[in-house]
Design a protein around this ligand. Structure first.
Ligand code: AVJ
Ligand code: FE
Length: 433
């Protein structure tokens, strides 16, 4: 096998090891519904195998379906998450056998495939990138399920660099064009394509994500009680939900605590806030006299290199993420302290844009000019519109394989169980704040 194939094989093995670790639990725990927002974990497990069967074995490999009768059960569009516990799911044992059988044949396809053929499904290993990223995304979803379940011991709490938030509050991005999206990154999803020029007026963007200390100041200033800071839909959500703090926070004995994977601890004030919905992020920004960055503003501040006039794959350049540059890949079960990654700064000086927490942007999830669905409409296209807000940057629970400057994630503006925070921006021209 050549180098590229060996790298693909290693990535397939690494992601599967993680999926199996996150589903190493008793059968009743894996088949239970821990939250109506999430699938039973055993659904995610078999679904990643079924996805591999559909795309690598059948579509790319031309292999006869192994278990066509289960396609329907693992089709995310046929059954909303809340209904999945009542489906005739494979048992955990059957699911493990099924996905490992699929995986064996995936390696056969990898062995025989020509990665330089013009077929866009296999060229540069696209279809393998598709299933690797897909499984990583489901692993992050599984962690959100475990967090909602309050389960301890699922994920190790490794060491992260220390940091200090000291430094400028905002960085300046001068007016000008940049290239948004990509036409060249081989594993980029359809929604990141094609590269296109976007001209932005000058703006300021927070150097760091909003931290728990700043967010608590918003809470203590009565932010949750003041409709001035909220959009009408946001205020409606605030009243309906009764929310008064980020999800998983509670106050006791004059101290704010949070539960994180079954463990209760004082809220660490120097960490980026996480588990806030879009409405909370938007209200905070208005209270702070700012606004959320648009997706284009976020991407330019993250990846544009104005001196070289080109987009970087990551804020610091094109080299792969390292533990000194970003908190990615489940190294610890939390975001790192603010200021922990000066080595990960972007050309404009923005920090922690990649890793730690997904960041809400002001933008709806819409197609770029020239978008073409590939390889299927249900990955991105059916979600376009004014229903989902774009999230950028990846969290501590995202894997480097599925994070880059151009990577787009999206969710409903009410969602808080995901590992999500935000940073603020403001227009440099006071006329158009
Ligand atoms: C991009 C995270 C919104 O989880 O619904 C997983 C990713 N797509 N399986 C999701 C995805 C198909 C997707 N998000
Ligand atoms: Fe999926």
């Amino acid at each position: 096998m050549d180098d590229v194939k060996e790298r693909i094989a290693a990535q397939l093995t690494a992601v599967r090891e993680r999926s199996l670790t996150y589903t190493a639990a008793d059968d009743d725990v894996l088949t239970a519904q821990h939250s109506r927002l999430m699938s039973p974990l055993v659904w995610d497990l078999a679904h990643v195998g079924n996805y591999e069967e559909l795309w690598v074995l059948r579509a790319a490999g031309g292999i006869t379906p192994l278990r066509p009768e289960i396609d329907d059960i693992y089709d995310a569009f046929k059954h909303p998450r809340k209904d999945r516990p009542s489906l005739p799911l494979l048992s955990p044992g059957e699911a493990r056998r099924y996905i490992s059988g699929v995986r064996g044949r995936v390696f056969d396809v990898l062995d025989s495939v020509d990665l330089s053929s013009p077929d866009p499904l296999t060229r540069s290993g696209f279809v393998f990138g598709l299933v690797i990223q897909h499984e990583h995304q489901h692993d992050e979803t599984m962690l959100a399920t475990w967090q909602l379940a309050g389960r301890a011991g699922v994920i190790r709490d490794g060491e992260l660099p220390q940091g200090s938030p000291d430094g400028p509050e905002e960085v300046y991005v001068p007016e000008g064009p940049f290239t948004m999206g990509t036409s060249t990154l081989p594993w980029a999803y359809d929604n990141e394509r094609p590269a296109h020029r976007v001209h932005l007026p000058a703006y300021w963007i927070d150097r760091l994500p909003v931290g728990n200390r700043a967010y608590l100041a918003f809470m203590e200033a009565g932010g949750y009680d003041d409709p001035r800071w909220w959009t009408p839909q946001g205020w409606e959500w605030r009243q309906r939900s009764g929310a008064r703090s980020p999800l998983f926070w509670f106050k006791d004995g004059g101290t704010w605590w949070r539960t994180r994977f079954g463990v209760t601890e004082p809220v660490p004030m120097d960490e980026p806030v996480q588990h806030v919905c879009w409405y909370e992020a938007d209200a905070y920004a208005r209270w702070a006299g700012k606004r959320l960055p648009t997706e284009a503003e976020w991407e330019k501040a993250c990846g544009w290199d104005p001196a070289a006039e080109r987009a970087r794959r990551y804020p610091w350049g094109d080299d792969d993420p390292t533990p000194a540059r970003a908190n990615l890949g489940h190294r610890a079960a939390r975001p790192a302290p603010l200021g922990a990654y000066p080595a990960g700064a972007s050309a404009y000086g923005a920090e922690q844009m990649i890793g730690d927490v997904w960041e809400w942007t002001a933008s709806w999830f819409t197609p770029y000019p020239g978008f073409r669905a590939f390889p299927y409409r249900e990955y991105s296209e059916v979600f376009f519109g004014r229903e989902y807000r774009v999230l950028r940057g990846g969290s501590w629970a995202a894997d480097p394989a599925a994070v880059r400057t151009t990577f787009r994630n999206w969710d409903f503006p009410i969602r808080r169980q995901i590992f999500t925070g935000f940073r603020c921006a403001r227009s440099a021209d006071p006329q158009e704040r």
